[in-house]
Design a protein around this ligand. Structure first.
Ligand SMILES: Cc1ncc(COP(=O)(O)O)c(C=O)c1O
Length: 419
């Protein structure tokens, strides 16, 4: 048999994210209607859909912009007028000192993580390994397996702080965290998928200062964050400094099909992404920039985020939290403090395996995601791996209510059975 390449061997086994995506797809493509409280798909909000339909009408009727979006390969760093519009928005709205030379587009932000984590992590010229460090587990499943060189990811246990009878928060354990010459980059999702944790400005400042001392880039994954889509429920502020790389995305606005990720970074990183884009994709798809540019330039996109998107998710979040506390609080459930994104992270401080709970819920017609997928790069034992689930509140309020009712019922049965 022909010897396999290293790349082939690396990606031969199924990865956590592939396993999960297939499982979710199977659950949803069957004959039975499932209550979808899993997956990372944004909700379908009529006001947002109408807004984007209006932008599409405008694009179609605006001289030859539609034809250009379909018919022209853009610059390998992404459509230049769009990059200018993004830079202007970030400068005006967030006060960041950036220009178009700080912006590169990618085919969805997932693609940006693959590129960045292999640019900054992996084997170095001197034979040593540069790690991508996640300062606090749990973290986004999409980081799992992105390192072409196995073992690149390194994650640290969090501090678990109990807030009241029903809630808790993970915090970066700065005593434990190690950032040193083996660190290629530090990465954090803010707000965090899966926990909804929105690391405070102060905690982020402390993390940034540690990174700066060691000259290590800090990657902030703002797929749910500020300035857009802005699914943030506290008063934290957007963060970008020298040595930071911030990743934004159009997906959680309701546009995951457009596959548009936005990297905000120092020019040397931007020019490397440009080179990689031309190898992987020639250039990125033009429809995302074409559809969204006008609303970025005239401010209407941010307005929609603030008036429609954020309040919608806040309402859904409040409903879910209230129902969960009332129904499961007495069964040992704690909910991670929800600072943003559209997920709740449920920790059962009780004798219950969430892998089994996941199976039982699937049988009962409810899809959630078992917590075990969200520990990329974590070697330590941590009983939260099989004590937590991620619940999405991105669907309509009826689905959320019915799904949570079932969750309460099934959890009760499981706990009863384990006595
Ligand atoms: C935290 C986080 N980052 C990045 C992504 C990737 O999103 P996309 O590739 O659609 O931009 C997701 C998608 O679910 C996410 O949850």
């Amino acid at each position: 048999m022909v010897a396999r390449t290293e790349f082939y061997r690396r990606y031969d086994a199924s990865s956590g994210i592939q396993e999960l995506m297939v499982d979710l797809d199977l659950a949803l493509s069957g004959p039975r209607k499932m209550l979808m409280l899993g997956g990372g798909n944004p909700g379908r909000l009529p006001e947002m859909e109408e807004f984007f339909r209006g932008e599409m009408d405008h694009l179609m009727s605006d001289s030859d912009r539609f034809e250009r979006a379909l018919g022209v390969y853009d610059h390998p760093g992404g459509n230049v007028p769009f990059r200018k519009a993004i830079a202007r928005l970030l400068e005006q709205d967030c006060g960041w000192d950036v220009g178009p030379e700080n912006i590169a587009l990618t085919q969805g932000s997932q693609n940006a993580f693959f590129l960045l984590m292999n640019l900054l992590g992996g084997r170095r010229e001197d034979g040593s390994t540069a790690n991508i460090v996640f300062p606090m587990s749990p973290e986004y499943i999409g980081y799992e397996d992105v390192g072409i060189q196995a073992g690149t990811l390194k994650s640290f246990l969090p501090r678990v702080t109990l807030l009241d009878d029903y809630s808790f928060r993970y915090e970066i354990d700065f005593q434990r965290l190690q950032i040193d010459e083996t660190t290629g980059a530090v990465c954090i999702s803010r707000p965090c998928n899966p926990t909804g944790n929105n690391v405070s400005d102060q905690e982020l400042e402390q993390l940034y200062s540690l990174c700066s001392q060691k000259d290590v880039p800090l990657i902030i994954d703002a797929a749910y964050g500020l300035p857009f889509p802005g699914i943030v429920f506290d008063n934290s502020t957007p963060f970008y400094r020298d040595g930071c790389i911030v990743i934004l995305s159009l997906s959680k606005l309701g546009l995951p099909g457009l596959r548009t990720g936005i990297v905000v970074a120092p020019p040397d990183i931007v020019s490397r992404i440009e080179k990689l884009n031309s190898i992987f994709n020639l250039s990125c798809g033009g429809m995302g920039p074409a559809l969204v540019r006008r609303s970025i330039e005239n401010g209407s996109l941010l307005n929609q985020c603030r008036k429609v998107l954020q309040p919608h998710y806040r309402r859904a979040r409040d409903l879910a939290v209230e129902k969960l506390k009332a129904g499961l609080g007495r069964m040992g459930l704690r909910i991670h403090e929800s600072g943003g994104a559209f997920f709740l992270w449920l920790w059962f401080d009780a004798d219950i395996s969430t892998s089994i709970l996941y199976q039982k819920l699937k049988e009962a017609g409810v899809i959630v995601v078992p917590g075990k997928y969200y520990f990329p790069g974590l070697k330590d034992d941590f009983d939260h791996r099989d004590r937590c689930i991620r619940l999405s509140f991105s669907q309509d309020l009826d689905t959320i209510e019915q799904g949570i009712d079932k969750l309460i019922e099934v959890t009760g049965q499981l706990l009863e059975g384990s006595k």
